[in-house]
Design a protein around this ligand. Structure first.
Ligand SMILES: Nc1nc2c(c(=O)[nH]1)N[C@H]1C(S)=C(S)[C@@H](COP(=O)(O)O)O[C@H]1N2
Ligand SMILES: [Mo]
Length: 425
């Protein structure tokens, strides 16, 4: 019994429809190899970022709010320093992820005839393989789309980014490993027969279609004349990557490139060049923090065992450190923070040996209003409850009266407008 006609339907299902002479196993292999390097860096730094975020700990994030029991591995994995640690990790994650996008698009272009293969599958094994490719492509598109959205407009979509991006990454990684394993013989063969880089030397006159591939489906049976070399294709993709990199990397490394980073909303400059003139995601107003809450008579830091006014906090020994805020979105900004070491506050709270520091903000709503720091993090020398930045009182938008700043941690754990610290064992 035949379910489908042997003759493919018209249009893209007919092999003659696809005419680029460039398509073939070698081109797909070289694009795939480059993409594999880029996506591996992006995936590894992504999973590291997930561990730094430590979502299984306290209220750090919300994979499963009912699970307050930390996984032993995640618990103390991410150290409280060196200060550049998360900045480097997330800078790589976001910027290499962006650089991968043009290569992903060209890679998909190079294999598009396979999308219309007829019949769709010749065996159950092939049907499963094609299903795994569907998972690979759809998870990749989802990851890049949500990632870009997140770097451009922090947390704008209201499904949970952390959960969705994380599980898509698990699906992506598993189907990528499978895909590379299945295609390895074809890749090896393409490189053996044509050389890894040799086809890049061909000028336009020598750009011919690849020899028929036994696995079929990529090489055009009725090719047109080439209009670009294979080298040109890679340069074109690379040029796209470079443009994306320039449009973003300034937000990560700062300096003169920062104004060029138009892919990241430019929040710098709003402060008119003063000591508080660096990016703000969440303003005091949007967090619902009122001047009344933070006024001298009203505010006191709650340590559980005792309360400290801002005056009393300022009277404690102060420490100053140059530390970055490095947001998951990929931007970062190094400033000079001054405040009381969190380890000192643990002592004052009567819990010098505490395992965790649970931080709560004056902010009443929102998932970022609280965070849990591990012992390794809050006992780092430069882990501060900051009262000043660049020698001046914190501005309201940067967390006045007091904010957490810990070296090497994701920005999201540097809670602003700190109301209460609970040191617990
Ligand atoms: N209370 C509170 N603290 C917070 C946030 C917040 O929304 N509320 N945002 C966090 C995030 S995501 C980052 S990256 C850093 C820096 O954010 P900012 O640019 O809003 O200062 O502060 C963190 N602290
Ligand atoms: Mo952030």
């Amino acid at each position: 019994m035949r379910l489908l006609p042997a003759q493919p339907p018209p249009g893209p299902f007919r092999p003659g429809f696809w005419r680029s002479p460039l398509r073939g196993p070698w081109l797909t292999s070289i694009l795939g190899s480059l993409l594999l390097i880029l996506t591996t860096i992006t995936a590894v730094t992504g999973f590291l970022s997930h561990l730094a975020y430590n979502p299984d700990l306290g209220m750090n994030a919300i994979i499963d709010p009912s699970r307050d029991v930390p996984l032993p591995f995640a618990l103390d994995f991410w150290p409280g320093g060196p200060s550049w640690l998360y900045r480097l990790n997330q800078g790589l994650h976001v910027n290499v992820g962006l650089v991968a996008i043009p290569f992903l698009l060209f890679k998909l272009w190079s294999v598009i005839p396979r999308l219309f293969a007829w019949p769709p599958a010749v065996s159950p094994a092939q049907a499963i393989e094609r299903l795994s490719i569907a998972l690979l492509v759809s998870s990749a598109v989802f990851l890049f789309a949500t990632g870009i959205f997140n770097t451009s407009y922090d947390y704008a979509f209201q499904f949970n980014f952390v959960v969705a991006h994380y599980y898509a990454a698990v699906v992506f990684s598993a189907s990528l490993v499978l895909h590379v394993a299945i295609k390895a013989p074809i890749i090896r063969r393409a490189y053996r027969e044509r050389g890894v880089l040799k086809p890049l030397r061909d000028d336009l006159a020598h750009t011919r279609r690849e020899p028929e591939d036994p696995h079929g489906g990529l090489v055009a049976p009725e090719p047109d004349e080439p209009t670009i070399t294979r080298r040109g294709v890679l340069l074109f993709a690379g040029g796209g990557s470079l443009a994306l990199l320039i449009a973003n990397v300034g937000a990560t490394i700062g300096g003169p490139l920062r104004p060029l980073a138009f892919l990241q909303p430019r929040r710098e400059g709003a402060g008119g060049g003063g000591p508080g003139d660096f990016p703000v995601n969440k303003t005091a107003q949007s967090a619902g923090i009122t001047p009344g809450q933070v006024a001298a008579g009203a505010y006191a830091l709650d340590l559980g065992t005792r309360q400290l006014s801002r005056q009393e906090l300022l009277a404690l020994p102060q420490r100053t450190a140059k530390l970055p805020i490095a947001c998951v979105e990929g931007w970062s900004s190094v400033q000079e923070w001054t405040g009381v070491p969190l380890a000192e506050l643990a002592r004052l709270a009567g819990a010098p040996d505490a395992e965790q520091c649970f931080v709560e903000s004056l902010q009443e709503r929102g998932i970022l209003r609280e965070a849990t720091l591990t012992r390794g993090q809050f006992t780092a020398d430069d882990a501060l409850l900051a009262l000043k930045v660049n020698g001046e009182d914190l501005t309201m938008d940067h967390g006045f009266p007091a904010r957490v700043i810990v070296p090497g941690l994701p920005g999201v754990h540097n809670t602003k407008w700190v109301a209460k610290l609970t040191f617990r064992s």
